[in-house]
Design a protein around this ligand. Structure first.
Ligand SMILES: Nc1ncnc2c1ncn2[C@@H]1O[C@H](COP(=O)(O)OP(=O)(O)O)[C@@H](O)[C@H]1O
Ligand SMILES: [Mg+2]
Length: 370
């Protein structure tokens, strides 16, 4: 089925006459569309998504997780008497037969959300205030899920942030050298392994093996947060498919990786890559403000290493994909995954050179929170 097939749209429990379907947003995983309906003179809008089955082969597990997470978050909104709670939490529209997604004859799974109006997402952070707001929202999100009733959420991507495993995969990809690119990336490979040893040692030194497991978002990209288009305030954390047990390092680390560098992820000119410590400061203050009710001393001690950790993880994954023939990350031009890997390695270098500044910023933010 295609996204604009009236029979597909008709599967979902939506009143009114379907008017339009168009591609929407800048997500990289699912195919996302905005659909518009009209009824009694009023237009209503929804988000339609084809779930990426290669990455998420079990749409039932995704839907069950989504239902548990959103039910829990809605209860928190109600406790806090939040105004317009429907703008602060994703809401699924069931199919006419009461299911949370529709599986078509081709095996694709489709789902629909209420569209949250008057919002915007950002791909690249625009300034410290925005960095603070986004980090606080993801911190609060983790706090809200701390008392999610057991059992733990289903694991939707096994070993998602297992850096040692990612490094082994990189080494295997280099050894297999399926597309003959290994000779051209010796330098990047060596650099990745060196930095891996360095980060592992630093994590061990601050007791990171004792980090508590928590339900976290696991994919804290800025475009997974809806901001109010007028006020710029954070409204709703979205893209909940990777929410599962993990560590706060995964969330804070992704915020730091994606939120402290103003150049594109695949910037080929490494001289244009800068680590912005003012943005880091804002992210640290935001995350600690949002998550301070639950962060333990070990978590706070490990937070400065979160950015380097996740930046290396991404470098390793981009490089492994380059070596395997670009099978996971979509590319628009040859060598793009190598550029992405190099850009991450440069950013990582800058972070590690500035590690004392990162530590001081986290300590200061933690003291401010008491
Ligand atoms: N309920 C919603 N209301 C408004 N916009 C949404 C909603 N859900 C998703 N979006 C938009 O669609 C984009 C892609 O959705 P997302 O679930 O993040 O998919 P992906 O996993 O591909 O990143 C988001 O970045 C956001 O701009
Ligand atoms: Mg997304």
């Amino acid at each position: 089925m295609t996204h604009a097939d009236p029979a597909l749209i008709d599967e979902f429990h939506i009143d009114g006459a379907w008017r339009e379907t168009r591609r929407y947003g800048s997500g990289h995983i699912h195919d996302t569309f905005l659909i518009t309906f009209e009824g009694s003179g009023l237009a209503s809008r929804y988000i339609l998504q084809r779930i990426n089955a290669e990455i998420f082969p079990d749409p039932e597990a995704l839907s069950r997780n989504l239902e548990r997470i959103t039910t829990h978050l809605r209860a928190k909104l109600s406790e806090r008497k939040t105004l317009e709670p429907e703008r602060h939490c994703l809401r699924v529209v069931n199919t006419r037969s009461g299911e949370p997604f529709h599986a078509d004859a081709a095996g694709d799974a489709w789902r629909v959300f209420h569209f949250i109006d008057g919002t915007r997402t950002i791909d690249c952070v625009e300034g410290p205030k925005q960095a603070y707001t986004a980090a606080r929202a993801f911190g609060r999100f983790a706090v809200d899920l701390v008392d999610l009733p057991p059992p733990p959420l289903a694991v939707t991507i096994p070993d998602f942030h297992d850096l040692p495993k990612r490094v082994r995969q990189l080494e295997n990809a280099a050894a297999a050298d399926l597309v003959g690119r290994a000779a051209g990336v010796r330098e990047e490979l060596d650099q990745s392994l060196r930095q891996f040893a360095r980060i592992e040692a630093a994590l061990a030194a601050c007791g990171a093996d004792q980090l508590p497991e928590r339900t976290v978002h696991n994919d804290c990209k800025l475009n997974n947060l809806l901001l109010d288009a007028r006020s710029g305030e954070s409204l709703c954390v979205i893209d909940l498919d990777t929410v599962m047990l993990g560590s706060v390092l995964f969330d804070f680390g992704e915020l730091v990786r994606s939120g402290t560098c103003r150049s594109p992820e695949d910037e080929p000119d490494l001289n244009r890559i800068h680590f912005d410590s003012e943005l880091f400061d804002a992210l640290a203050r935001g995350y600690l403000t949002g998550a301070s009710p639950f962060l333990t001393p070990i978590e706070i001690a490990a937070l400065p290493l979160a950015g380097p950790d996740l930046t290396l993880e991404n470098a390793v994954r981009f490089l492994a994909d380059h070596l395997s023939g670009d099978r996971y990350f979509r590319i628009q031009r040859d060598g793009q995954n190598l550029d992405r890997a190099r850009a991450q390695l440069r950013l990582l270098d800058l972070m590690l050179n500035d590690l004392d500044t990162l530590r001081t910023a986290v300590e200061r933010a933690a003291e401010e929170r008491g």
